[in-house]
Design a protein around this ligand. Structure first.
Ligand code: FA5
Length: 344
């Protein structure tokens, strides 16, 4: 019995002393394990009388319980201390300013394209796409520019083979859209995309550039609808004070055709180097869809009319951001590109 009580006192004081879970587990094995002290003490029971054995059993069970309980309590305390130490170590000050992640910025042409899409989607247009490698048939013939037509010279072309080319404008998407509609209006689409011409690169011309085509086909569409639409475009893109001016022009795929100028936002129309002292800047070509184009693409031109326009995106971006050289868009110079930060 005394032996048991001695084991208990030693065990409790040692448990009190330990400072790690590992040490505590070693003590558990030492006192309560299969080969531990308590088990060894139990072995002496076989030499005892029945009464002695009963009271020894009672006391040893109590001792085991006390040691077990003491170990459990110590274990909880150690675990808690360990967790607190870990929390302290991994403590994060969430009020500290974070390291800024370097975010890329949108290319200015993407910004303009997104702005245009947002503007025209708001007016009920859909966005259409067409191939950049195009057939002569779509790029020219369906646009009322048959082989040998002198106006083909207006768009110097990169040919891939006799019948295949890099599209010189986004107008062939008009033909794709009309044919897909199978003679049934209404149609209201814009088609932004890349275009290619064998132009010599200079400050305002690039052999690869972007256009945004617009096409509306319905019954009773008039030139007034075209003018109203372009006025909304000019004001939303360049500011409420902008005015537009339509000048007669020529495109084989529109009749009548116009060149559209916008009042110069740099000098408010008074005249400056940006507008070559005219007060006006040309930004796009437009017109009423030539009935021949409608007929070739399966529409009855006695029932349907339409208007179309083609905007040069670099031209818009240059005016909007005061960029004086078109090459800036294609040089991949981060000092230039980083100026166009993400919206929102
Ligand atoms: C056309 O391409 C017509 N398809 C536009 C059109 C569509 C008219 C629908 C009527 C109806 P144009 O060749 O003028 O038209 O080009 C339109 C715009 O593209 C120009 O105003 C200009 O901003 C831009 N552009 C043309 N060539 C280049 C070039 N080499 N580099 C940069 N921009 C160019």
């Amino acid at each position: 019995m005394d032996e048991l009580l001695k084991i208990k006192d030693e065990a409790l004081s040692q448990i009190e002393e330990v400072s790690t879970l590992k040490e505590l587990n070693d003590l558990r094995v030492f006192y309560l394990g299969k080969k531990g002290l308590m088990q060894a003490a139990m072995k002496s029971m076989k030499d005892m009388s029945k009464d002695e054995r009963a009271s020894f059993g009672q006391v040893s069970n109590k001792v085991k319980q006390e040691i077990t309980q003491s170990i459990e309590e110590k274990k909880e305390a150690l675990e808690e201390a360990e967790m607190n130490a870990q929390l302290l170590e991994e403590d994060i000050d969430i009020t500290l300013p974070s390291n800024a992640l370097p975010l890329g910025s949108l290319h200015p042409l993407s910004v303009v394209k997104n702005d245009l899409e947002e503007l025209f989607l708001g007016m009920g247009y859909q966005v259409a796409e067409g191939p950049e490698v195009e057939s002569d048939h779509f790029n020219f013939e369906l646009m009322n520019l048959p082989q040998g037509h002198p106006a083909r010279d207006m768009q110097d072309t990169f040919y891939i083979d006799e019948k295949t080319l890099m599209r010189t404008h986004t107008s062939p998407v008009q033909a794709h859209t009309l044919l897909a509609a199978k003679g049934k209006g209404p149609i209201k689409v814009i088609c932004p995309g890349k275009t290619y011409r064998r132009d010599d690169d200079d400050a305002t011309h690039s052999h690869q550039f972007m256009q945004c085509e617009g096409l509306v086909v319905d019954k009773n569409v008039t030139m007034a609808d075209l003018k109203g639409t372009l006025e909304v475009f000019a004001k939303k893109m360049f500011g409420e004070k902008r005015k537009i001016r339509l000048r007669p022009s020529y495109f084989p795929f529109t009749e009548p055709s116009v060149e559209v100028d916008i009042s110069c936002h740099n000098c408010e129309g008074k005249g400056c180097p940006m507008c070559k002292h005219t007060g006006w800047i040309e930004i796009l070509g437009a017109g009423m869809v030539n009935p021949r184009v409608l007929e070739m693409c399966g529409f009855d031109s006695t029932v349907y009319q339409g208007f179309a326009f083609g905007i040069g995106l670099e031209r818009v971006a240059m005016l909007k951001y005061g960029i004086d050289n078109i090459r800036e868009f294609y040089n991949d110079d981060l000092r230039f590109l980083n100026q166009f930060t993400r919206k929102g």
